[in-house]
Design a binder for this molecule. Structure first.
Ligand code: MC0
Length: 142
């Protein structure tokens, strides 16, 4: 089902501060950043310097709005790990396979994720307390 660990997402109150912290402390660099209005986030994908292998990235997620999922997460838990994203080749097929095992998917249909990927989430209560995202990357690496 899963072809790679796509990314690990960290909820942060301030995106620019978090990028600077990861750069100055660990040397990670920004590979991509964008706003996703539907998901209510400003986000950045970080990687080790020069890495072009498609290795697991770190996703920093800052809230765009007070009522967003990330704002709610920060209010409840403070900054920290928010999600684990598994890469799949066919998100609908993955959704189908997981539904057949009785897991709840958050959306009926895939939605738009980072860099035009297609995404859905497994409810954390059905995945060992972890918010699991399914990511089907856009064709041609977007
Ligand atoms: C909530 N819970 C979590 C959790 N969020 N457990 C683990 N990890 C998380 N991130 C737990 C709570 O502790 C609580 O457990 C229960 O789930 C219900 O939580 P809640 O605080 O009442 O929150 P809800 O139910 O309003 O929302 C949780 C839910 C939401 C997962 C449905 O966050 C959601 O829709 N997430 C998917 C979208 C998302 O995360 N978007 C931002 C990233 P107790 O035991 O206290 O009842 S955007 C993104 O990721 C895109 C751009 C991408 O990568 O491409």
């Amino acid at each position: 089902l899963v072809t790679a660990i796509d990314h690990v997402g960290i909820a942060v109150p301030d995106l620019d501060e978090a990028i600077a912290f990861q750069r100055d402390t660990f040397g990670l660099e920004v590979a991509h950043s964008e706003e996703n209005a539907e998901q209510g986030v400003r986000e950045a994908m970080l990687r080790a310097p020069g890495d072009t292998t498609g290795a697991t990235q770190i996703q920093l997620l800052a809230p765009l709005r007070e009522d967003s999922t990330i704002a709610k997460f920060l209010d409840k838990n403070g900054p920290g790990l928010q999600q684990l994203a598994y890469r799949v080749t066919d998100v609908e097929a993955a959704m189908e396979a997981l539904r057949a095992k009785g897991l709840r998917l958050l959306y009926d249909q895939p939605r738009r994720g980072t860099a035009d990927s297609r995404i859905n989430f497994v409810h954390p209560k059905d995945a060992g307390g972890v918010l699991v995202e399914l990511v089907e990357p856009a064709p041609h690496g977007h």
